[in-house]
Write a protein that binds this ligand. Sequence first.
Ligand code: SF4
Ligand code: SF4
Ligand code: FES
Length: 258
Amino acid sequence: MSSYNARFRVWRGDTDGGGLEDYTAEVNEGEVVLDIIHRIQATQAGDLAVRWNCKAGKCGSCSAEINGRPRLLCMTRMSVFDRQETITVTPLRAFPVIRDLVTDVTFNYTKAREVPAFVPPEGVKAGDYRMQQIDVERSQEFRKCIECFLCQDTCHVVRDHEENKASFAGPRFLMRVAELDMHPLDAAAASGLDRKATAQEEHGLGYCNITKCCTEVCPENIKITDNALIPLKERAADRKYDPLVWLGNRIGRRGDGV
Ligand code: SF4
Ligand code: SF4
Ligand code: FES
């Protein structure tokens, strides 16, 4: 493949606003969108802000939107676009812009902190935990997450609804709840923490209407909806209609004088 010049439109601006600016830059064989953004930065726009670290699809920091689709800049090859096409690069829409392609993803760290951590089993020292492969087969997939937050960005529950952010953890962190709920050694239940109930009542599982948009953009190909969110919804529903749980709630309510 010979080199060619590609047309780019890149969002430039900050918290006060901004707009798309046009650039033309050389593209060489095997390059990815991040290479071209770096070339624009090196030759035409030295102050263009872009966040990246690994250039290998592993750090999750180069998330942006390319032609409106949430993607990793470093894992999107230029060869997937038509040479005549103008490629538009914009910051993640669901999070506030800091500058140019860099957004403030604090929302995600806040949600991460709201999910109660793994509860160690009583009487077993750290280092003595033992699990069978078969027991972690389902949840192991979720550990591939690189925390790029593309799923969080694309989910319609928060993408255009700032007002939902307070009560919705988003697919990445609902997946975290599902992972802990499937964990063979997690002693949350014994300690009085019902992860299924908190998924519904505190992390907004009910907002998810299983559109699978999160799954479609995940660069690690994690089946977020099918393997984490739907099973969590099923287990939360089973719990709700469990006759023993129902009876316990009734007795509890009577005890409260309600
Ligand atoms: S499946 Fe649920 S969490 Fe994923 S994008 Fe759709 S509504 Fe959001
Ligand atoms: S689940 Fe996938 S899309 Fe979501 S943060 Fe993790 S790696 Fe990124
Ligand atoms: S730079 Fe690390 S994932 Fe793209």
